[in-house]
Design a protein around this ligand. Structure first.
Ligand code: CDP
Ligand code: CDP
Length: 222
């Protein structure tokens, strides 16, 4: 298969990482979760008590603690200094502060450069908010996934239930809407559909149906 790059963007819980992982596995491509990079920066700032308003200190933190991805048979692990932070970066405290950290232009510049390096030789499925617009503007396939806020909150609620985490549907929905608003309204590379991206509204679609739709688009490019 041709080593193309596939960019998958969209708001929180639109299904990006779930379908990106499946597509990457099926195509023999590398999956890169760029949200994990912004989450790691936020996690490290909270851990080292770096003020989330201090852009220079945040950049220094990212430089000092680069993250690495490690593929195991079952899942992709996120490591910093060989320590597994895969679950730690999904904690609500990180989720509720990540949009503030990811809005800083210098934080973005640093991470975008790292993401472009990963995709330089092709064969990458990358998900995020600005992959089609900023990180990989020349990606052969660009997908923009959306779903109603209620459906996305329902998905997160079910995910929490399966993990034994208690949550309140309305609170989850409110947090998702707030994060989408902040991500879409920041000045530097906001969450936005690229002009040449294919829009897929996944409301009411199963994961298999979304994967099939993306493969249909991809088929024409490989
Ligand atoms: O999985 P979920 O949709 O909850 O979020 P994520 O993909 O892990 O991304 C977490 C946050 O990182 C987003 O809400 C954005 O603030 C930021 N992000 C970004 O700004 N640009 C990206 N390419 C990816 C994530
Ligand atoms: O990466 P992103 O935040 O966009 O979403 P995700 O973590 O891939 O998906 C959030 C949840 O929705 C997961 O539990 C998926 O299994 C579920 N999902 C779904 O129920 N139907 C879809 N079409 C896509 C995802």
């Amino acid at each position: 298969m041709h080593k193309i790059n596939i960019a998958i963007d969209g708001p929180a819980s639109s299904g990006k990482s779930t379908v990106a992982k499946i597509i990457a596995k099926d195509c023999g491509f590398i999956y890169t979760d760029t949200g994990a990079m912004y989450r790691s920066a936020t996690y490290l700032a909270l851990k080292h008590q770096v003020p989330l308003t201090d852009e220079a200190a945040l950049v220094e933190l990212i430089e000092n603690y680069p993250i690495t991805f490690k593929q195991t048979d079952h899942r992709q692990l996120i490591l910093v200094e060989e320590q597994d932070i895969t679950d730690a970066i999904r904690q609500p405290e990180v989720t509720n502060n990540v949009s503030e950290v990811s809005a800083f232009p210098k934080v973005r510049a640093h991470l975008v450069k790292a993401q472009q390096k990963i995709a330089a030789s092709g064969g990458v499925v990358m998900d995020g908010r600005d992959i089609g617009t900023t990180v990989l503007p020349d990606a052969e396939v660009k997908i923009f996934l959306v779903a109603s806020a209620s459906e996305r909150a329902k998905r997160r609620y079910k995910e929490n239930q399966a993990k034994g985490i208690k949550s309140d549907f309305d609170t989850l929905k409110g947090e998702i809407e707030q994060r989408d608003y902040t991500d879409s309204h920041r000045a530097t590379s906001p969450l936005k559909q690229a002009e040449d991206a294919v829009l897929v509204d996944t409301t009411g679609m199963t994961i298999a149906e979304v994967v099939a739709k993306i493969k249909e688009v991809t088929k024409e490019k490989v």
